[in-house]
Design a protein around this ligand. Structure first.
Ligand SMILES: [Cu+2]
Length: 244
């Protein structure tokens, strides 16, 4: 009997040691010494829309403290920079590790989600925070992960959530129908969101040829081949045409 136990042990002990990246078979973290910055500027080819004020129908004492505006197409006047585009490399198999830091949070404050677009590492527990002290109800729509539909009463300040697969997930609140956010569940750290000028930066990219993906909630997906070479930073300009 002792012989059988010895034979079985290596098989049993191998399962818990699998890391998240091994489970997806996609990405291995290592130190990057020859990394290059890949920066991008994303612009909108149409006329910048004027911000449309949202109609706040109830919980006015908390939700209507200041005007809130539609966030599905935010374009910088003058430079045409497109905000809230998620940019990521889809075919990178190894590179830097995630930086240690505070846990990622999606806050509900003044009955809006902050930030509007959030990157969350796959397999990491992050927090949905209720700063408002009123009832919210998180409701997600996703393609790769199980949907979440959870009430968050005023005293439940923090929900802990973990997504198991890379995805782009829409988040809404069933109590306040104007509340909307998007979560990009990232398989590796080479993800970024464009700022108010439409710019993004992926730091420490190992030299190589990659597919750069760009996703915007209203304007959709685009891809580009990018070549990252040692010794010079890589730059890419991307333009989005208005939605048809
Ligand atoms: Cu709400």
């Amino acid at each position: 009997m002792r012989g059988w136990i010895l034979l079985l042990l290596p098989v049993i002990s191998a399962t818990p040691s699998l890391s998240v990246s091994q489970q997806f078979g996609a990405y291995v973290a290592r130190s990057v010494t020859d990394g290059v910055a890949l920066t991008g500027h994303v612009t909108y080819a149409g006329e910048a829309p004027s911000p449309k004020e949202l109609v706040v129908a109830h919980d006015l004492e908390v939700c209507d403290q200041e005007p809130k505006f539609e966030e599905s197409l935010i374009v910088a006047t003058g430079t045409a920079g497109l905000q809230n585009v998620v940019a990521w490399l889809s075919d990178i198999t190894e590179g830097k590790a995630w930086e240690e830091g505070d846990p990622t949070e999606l806050n509900q404050i003044g009955c809006r989600f902050d930030p509007h677009v959030l990157i969350v590492p796959v397999g990491e527990t992050f927090h949905i925070v209720n700063t408002d002290g009123i009832l919210h109800n998180i409701h997600t729509k996703s393609s790769e992960n199980r949907p979440i539909n959870k009430a968050q009463p005023r005293l439940l300040k923090r929900l802990n959530i973990t997504f198991r697969r890379p995805d782009i997930i829409r988040v809404r609140c069933d109590v306040h129908n104007w509340m909307e956010a998007w979560i990009a569940v990232a398989a590796h750290p080479y993800y970024a969101v464009t700022d108010e000028n439409g710019t993004f930066e992926l730091e420490d990219v190992p030299p190589g040829t990659y597919t750069l993906n760009l996703w915007h909630e209203t304007l959709g997906m685009q891809t580009r081949q990018v070549v990252v070479a040692t010794g010079s930073d890589a730059k890419v300009d991307v333009e989005y045409a208005p939605a048809q």
